[in-house]
Design a protein around this ligand. Structure first.
Ligand code: SIN
Length: 282
């Protein structure tokens, strides 16, 4: 019998879970319940954990197989399933994936892949005193509350998700961002996904958007595509669909990439250190 406590977090989604120490092996009942709670609430926050990489990886596997991030310098060498996300520099180089000090794009992890990520588990090792919050958007209720005419308009449309487009856009403001090498471009080709996706477990529809990774909607002229994407993104990131996570050391946040989007608020790397470890469920 699983024994943890759960309280709802955001207006439409998210839950905070207490009463679990993830260093302990979970019994099957708790594991099953966590999987179901993630499906139902789309975002789970488990504060006060003390996770090593091994425990992080072991716990994450409950949700499915884990990916290894394609840029090797960003992963923990002994645990390549663990991606470092950080604004800390060593010898002039970022120690992990670093997207600059400004707000990063709204996105869903691995939308640039043909097979996207099911869930991500982000663990905070060093939390900044100021900035670097992660904002999550409930793409499912945002879809539910679209006007019916707009639902019909977007139902069968597809958008192109392009890692190259994202990196080139980021390079305009982030001097540390390297362009994709020809080999990386080949490994991460553009991919078209539906604007509306159907959750494989709940059958609920949600919007699959991104503020910088989408180069356009297939079959629409550039101006029409931009106008539609802007309208959808404005709707989907309205305050009523958001949960803002202010990080503390030891927080583990799990989100369903099939039903949410997220972004990070600005964080000045000269003032505040930030180090998180992410596993990515496929
Ligand atoms: C991520 O996109 O997975 C990381 C978000 C963050 O750095 O807060």
């Amino acid at each position: 019998m699983s024994s943890y406590q759960l309280e709802k977090l955001g207006a439409t989604f998210g839950a905070r879970i207490t009463g679990l120490d993830l260093r302990d092996r979970l019994d099957q009942g708790s594991a099953r319940r966590l999987i179901d709670d993630l499906t139902e609430h789309r975002l789970l926050v488990l504060p006060g954990q003390k996770l090593g990489h091994e425990e992080h990886v072991r716990f994450s596997r409950i949700f499915g197989p884990l990916d290894v991030y394609p840029v090797r310098q960003y992963v923990v060498p002994e645990f390549p399933e663990v991606l470092k996300i950080s604004n800390i520099f060593q010898n002039g180089k970022p120690i992990g994936l670093y997207d600059g000090d400004d707000q990063i794009e709204w996105h869903t992890d691995y939308s640039w892949k043909t097979v996207m990520s099911r869930a991500s588990l982000l663990y905070s090792e060093i939390a900044p005193a100021e900035g670097g919050d992660t904002l999550f958007a409930d793409s499912t209720v945002a879809y539910d509350e679209l006007p019916e005419s707009l639902k019909r308009e977007v139902e069968s449309l597809r958008a192109v998700h392009s890692m190259n487009y994202l990196v080139e856009t980021e390079r305009r403001t982030n001097p540390h961002k390297a362009p994709l090498t020809p080999e990386e471009r080949e490994r991460m080709p553009d991919v078209a996904h539906p604007l509306v996706r159907v959750h494989p477990v709940t059958g609920r529809r949600s919007l699959l958007l991104g503020s910088m990774i989408i180069s356009g909607v297939v079959g629409l002229a550039e101006a029409d595509s931009s106008a539609l994407l802007d309208r959808l993104l404005r709707h989907a990131t309205a305050d009523r669909y958001l949960y803002r996570h202010r990080w503390h050391q030891g927080d583990l946040v799990i989100w369903d990439n099939q039903a949410t989007m997220h972004t990070r608020t600005p964080c000045d790397h000269k003032e505040h250190r930030r180090l998180l470890y992410r596993t990515t469920v496929m």
